[in-house]
Design a protein around this ligand. Sequence first.
Ligand code: UD1
Ligand code: UDP
Length: 380
Amino acid sequence: MPVRAMLVLGTRPEAIKLAPVARAMATDTQFEPIVVTTGQHREMLHQMLGLLCVDVRIALDVMRSRQQLSELTARLVGELGEVMRDQRPDLVVVQGDTTTALAGALAAFYEKIPVAHVEAGLRTGVIDNPFPEELNRNLIGRIARWHFAPTPRAARHLTDEGVPAEQVFTTGNTVIDNLLWVLADGTGTSAFRTGAKRILVTLHRRENQGERMRGMGRALRRLVQRGDVEIVLPLHKSPAVRDVLLPELGGHEGISIVEPLDYLDFAATLAECDLVLTDSGGIQEEAPSLSKPALVLRTTTERPEAVEVGAARLIGTDPEAIVSCAERLLDDPAEYRRMADAGNPFGDGRAAERVLTQLAEDFAAEVPVGVTATGPYSTA
Ligand code: UD1
Ligand code: UDP
């Protein structure tokens, strides 16, 4: 009998990062993947799934405009619990640190179904930054039976927190698997239009919304005033982001605000840019793979590996710092080359394969597959 693995995903980055696992399971007779989409995101999720060849079995529809985290969490736990009772999978796979991932893990725990956590062990050490993701990943870390850490540092965080070492596996990040898969296809279209210096910008984090994000908008306006810069900003669908950035940046020459790009077009746009300014998690991982220097517009990062190798810089949210760091990279070819050539610390594109190998081995073994990381290996 194949292992029935329920993959729960709800947002754009979860679709991107679980797609390699779903695709690999779909062609491996040892597994039956059951993909459940929660609809935490709507347009931004749906534009990914077909393109990334993810076959959805069950689609929930929990998104409400401007909904509160508590409402979203409650709806997700309730609806996912029902799906899990109905389907009785052998395990539930969640990815990262979204509310969907936390609710998926929690609902599985309540149903006594073991949880595999992909992209486990990322930590900033500041419980409310990023908000609420740092808490989410800590909580998932208490629930999961398998912890698939993207890097040795992430694995170390987990063992330092008391997760048994035999339940922690360093795999690389599945985002690299996906990026390589998509680039091999190579059919996306870049959103840049001119031959100017090209800056790709994305902003969405909750802790940046409001005044901080307005300041970032001002910094972007100053950068295009140089006259030799084109900025492409694929705008997140969140109304909290749009309320700030559209009045700040709309109608400014040199700044193209576009709708969220599908993954093929985003990968093509990233491949064509000179510089990335972002508060995104996933883009911090992708940029070094394409030799693009990334300036991280946040005060903390759970991905210090890119900063340590020199591929990214954590520059905070102050507009002055954003302008001066970006200008330095635009104007100093030696500094630019140092960052562009720093390399990618997030894996070799074989993360999903390692996840499947480990799961297949554990389900084939005599040892019962228990529910939690810290409890005994027993479902009793
Ligand atoms: C979520 C994740 C965040 C992740 C981000 C990826 C949580 C708490 N946050 O943040 O970790 O980095 O996704 O993008 O899980 N909306 C639409 N259409 C869409 C998507 C969103 O209209 O396709 C709007 C809705 O009004 C929604 C709002 O955006 O209520 C916010 O979405 P939500 O998923 O709550 O948070 P994000 O900020 O997207
Ligand atoms: N992305 C995309 N189109 C866009 C912007 C981002 O496909 O217009 C992809 C990007 O390649 C990355 C992921 O979305 O893999 C990052 O998602 P996001 O920034 O929303 O979330 P985070 O990674 O911060 O959780």
